[in-house]
Ligand binder design. Structure first.
Ligand SMILES: Nc1ncnc2c1ncn2[C@@H]1O[C@H](COP(=O)(O)OP(=O)(O)OP(=O)(O)O)[C@@H](O)[C@H]1O
Ligand SMILES: [Mg+2]
Length: 366
């Protein structure tokens, strides 16, 4: 396989991968720009028949055959589920490979392979996102982390994990010397990282997110989770004036509940940590992830935060510059700056900061 060369004539090596419960993103540099690819973390099974197979081939649908079943993967799985009026399936649940889904492993492998492609040079580095250890669930992330590593290594990459919220720090907090608090509100989880000068001080995850909001609100008002989710994504705002239907009221209540829950756990973890840095000035807080997208989210979040007394002062609260891509962007920055092992720790951190700032200036092409 020949390496792709950028305009500068250098190989623009290193890729980022964000393995999320709802979406998988990859990012790579190409001709001085960051190029993102996105795929739904979903699949749909169809009984095999000669006609079906020929049709799928004809319209170039991404599918794989296993025994007597055809599996359509990615965005097309959603379309098929809608046509057949059935639920699509997901290989991940609550941020990790789903223990309830027996086809999870081959499906996640296929989705990742179709998204990230082959390495551009032998052993190209890819940083892939991994959730923090969950504080509120009876599982760890070890199995998930190793399975994704195996998939990437089989595809020919040198794969390295990066904490999901730490990736947001790399992506968004270059201007603050990688010091601050990053929170990713995703589909299956909320991930938190408090970073000081690019060193993670506290990292953890909570196994609630957008899926949980959809399910709770759906049960409360007797609707399906997919209908609630569609309203949430397309016409919901977290402003008092937008609570016009029972579904929107329920969504607002569960958003409040999630935000309260997350803030209380952050406060508790900070209070019991013996690694908390003494900082001279308030730190910046970044919110990212699909669940942070509704208009009014930052205002609602800030209002609830100011009611609490945190062990460290919080200054600016700002949404990520790319709320859906900041994790993969941070993973790419980590891949590009993946550095010299022999350089002593402090020096390496400073070098890293300088390099990452440079990277942050690259224009973004989506
Ligand atoms: N405009 C929107 N308003 C509200 N929620 C949204 C919007 N767009 C997407 N979402 C929700 O965001 C979630 C997906 O976000 P994201 O892509 O950050 O999650 P993920 O990375 O796949 O999951 P996780 O990090 O938990 O593993 C879903 O719950 C989706 O319903
Ligand atoms: Mg995520």
């Amino acid at each position: 396989m020949s390496a792709r060369i950028g305009e500068s004539g250098r190989v623009e090596k290193g890729k980022g991968l964000d393995v999320g419960t709802a979406f998988i993103y990859s990012a790579e540099r190409e001709r001085g720009k960051i190029v993102y690819h996105r795929q739904r973390d979903a699949f749909f099974d169809i009984e095999q028949g000669d006609f079906t197979k020929r049709m799928l081939d004809k319209v170039s649908v991404n599918y794989v055959q296993k025994d007597e079943t055809l599996y359509v993967i990615g965005d097309e799985a959603i379309e098929f589920a809608n046509i057949f009026n059935k639920e699509y399936r997901r290989p991940l649940a609550c941020g990790v490979i789903s223990p309830r889904e027996k086809e999870a492993l081959p499906m996640i492998e296929l989705i990742i392979q179709s998204l990230i492609g082959a390495p551009r040079l032998k052993g190209e580095i890819v940083y892939y996102s991994v959730p923090g250890a969950p504080l509120d669930a009876g599982f760890d992330v070890v199995y998930h982390e190793k399975v994704i590593k195996g998939i990437l290594e089989r595809a020919g990459y040198a794969a390295k994990p990066i904490n999901e919220a730490m990736a947001i720090v790399f992506s968004e907090l270059g201007g603050e010397n990688f010091t601050g608090l990053a929170i990713s509100f995703g589909a299956g989880m909320v991930n938190v990282c408090l970073s000081f000068m690019s060193v993670p001080i506290i990292t953890f995850s909570l196994s609630k997110g957008g899926d949980w909001i959809d399910q709770q609100a759906a049960v409360a008002v007797g609707e399906t989770a997919s209908r609630v989710c569609a309203i949430k994504e397309n016409e919901f705002e977290l402003s008092a004036s937008d609570q016009t239907t029972s579904i929107k009221k329920a969504l607002s209540i569960y958003y409040d509940n999630l935000i309260d829950y997350v803030l209380a756990r952050i406060k508790k973890e900070m209070e019991r940590s013996d690694k908390m840095p003494r900082l001279k000035k308030p730190i910046t807080l970044i919110v990212a992830g699909g669940t942070s997208l509704p208009k009014g989210f930052v205002e609602r979040f800030s209002k609830q935060l100011w009611k609490l007394r945190f062990p460290i002062a919080i200054g600016e609260i700002r949404p990520a510059s790319h709320p859906l891509q900041s994790v993969v962007r941070g993973a790419l920055i980590a891949a590009i700056t993946d550095g010299e092992k022999e350089v002593e720790r402090g020096k390496k951190a400073v070098e890293f900061i300088e390099q990452a700032k440079e990277v942050g200036k690259i224009p973004i092409a989506v």
